[in-house]
Design a protein around this ligand. Structure first.
Ligand SMILES: *Cc1c(COP(=O)(O)O)cnc(C)c1O
Length: 374
């Protein structure tokens, strides 16, 4: 069996060992004569998986005791609404730092909630231009923009999946220092790419289907302080507190998705943990950016060097015709998922944790050959 070289942005490629483990356990999970999907979420077989997934999140990220790990449904998009629902109140404001399209989406939901609650939102953006020519090419350097010390929280997108713009890759582009204002980060497309200091955040969250597993699960790490601050007059299912108090078993969780997240996290641990994973991710990204920078007459990265994403490598060719040809020729070589997002065009190679160096190297060689032939 040959695996397709998959550069899809999400849902994205999964580590082969996580898939073969699922295959091997599919019909007979833990000697029970049934699949994990068919178990009660309150039974001991499923509970062991659930607990292991949470324990692996804690271990790999080094989550300190003042934080809870939540496994929730609805995708990152649901959290765009649930975060302001939990944390905004009349007369309060929240800040949104927008570095791309996902931040815009989060902001859109926050504005709806803030007008319902009589709260307000302040916005900082790195966008250049308006409408069709609007582009995002960077994250801010420290000291750019001001954090309002009275804000309920500051929301960022750690990696903008569509624009290929990421925080915390280059030492000169760290996460914003928000002091006592909780920093909230949508990490959907770069959670677990490297170690990070959990204590800098009030809440971080990720839809699993980029770097952690299949769609249907959100992994969130939240401080007890943020949990306690949450409103109590919104429906229980939307209160983060509810999931924390019930170990994410308030209602039926997406059991199979969580099982797959467990498999992916166990694989990450087997890779040697996040320090090793970071080394490999940097090696992969350097290989591709090296080809881009080494062929400046042919390839062009629209992203400022310090903000270039290690997860989504976005680049342009001299014309849209050549870009279409590039995608078609790559497909013939068994490589899929290279078309840029429909809103921005160009090429995007999503090289999450599960994309091997061999795949990335094959793409790099293909890029060099393609440039040489033109
Ligand atoms: C994919 C993505 C989302 C959307 O996740 P859903 O699970 O579809 O809701 C949100 N934020 C970022 C940064 C993403 O990459």
């Amino acid at each position: 069996m040959s695996r397709t070289i998959n550069f899809n942005a999400g849902p994205a490629t999964l580590p082969l060992p996580a898939l073969t483990r699922a295959r091997d356990e599919m019909l007979d999970f833990a000697g029970s004569g049934m699949s994990v999907m068919e178990h009660s979420h309150r039974g001991k077989e499923y509970e062991a998986v659930h607990d292991e997934a949470i324990a692996l999140v804690r271990e790999l990220l080094g989550v300190p005791s003042g934080y809870e790990v939540l496994l929730i449904q609805g995708g990152a998009t649901s959290l765009f609404a649930e975060i302001p629902m939990n944390l905004l109140e009349k007369g309060k404001s929240a800040q949104y730092l927008i570095t791309g399209a996902w931040g815009e989406k989060a902001l859109g939901e926050a504005k709806v909630v803030s007008s319902l609650f009589g709260a307000s939102i302040s916005v900082q953006t790195t966008a250049v231009g308006e409408g069709k020519t609007k582009s995002y090419t960077r994250v801010p350097a420290p000291g750019e923009g001001k954090v309002d010390p009275g804000a309920a929280y500051l929301h960022i997108t750690s990696n903008e999946t569509i624009h290929g713009v990421q925080f915390n890759v280059d030492a000169s582009r760290p996460f914003p220092d928000t002091g006592s204002v909780p920093l909230i980060a949508d990490m959907s497309s770069d959670f677990f790419w490297r170690p990070l200091d959990v204590t800098k955040f009030g809440l971080m969250y990720a839809g699993a289907q980029k770097n952690l597993g299949p769609s249907g699960v959100v992994v969130a790490v939240v401080s007890k302080e943020v949990l306690e601050r949450g409103r109590k007059d919104i429906p229980k299912i939307f209160q983060f507190r509810t999931h924390a108090e019930n170990k994410s078993l308030y209602n039926t969780p997406p059991t199979f998705g969580i099982y797959m997240v467990r498999n992916v996290l166990a694989w990450l641990k087997g890779q040697g943990g996040l320090t090793k994973v970071e080394e490999m991710n940097r090696k992969k990204a350097n290989r591709l950016y090296g080809v881009i920078d080494g062929n400046p007459d042919f390839f062009r990265s629209p992203v400022e060097k310090e903000s270039r994403s290690v997860m989504n490598v976005v680049f342009r060719l001299p014309s849209e015709e050549l870009e279409a040809q590039f995608i078609a020729d790559a497909k013939k070589k068994g490589m899929v998922g290279l078309k840029g997002h429909r809103s921005v065009g160009g090429i995007r190679a999503s090289i999450y944790n599960a994309a091997s160096y061999e795949w990335v190297d094959a793409l790099a060689v293909f890029m060099e050959d393609f440039a040489r032939k033109q």
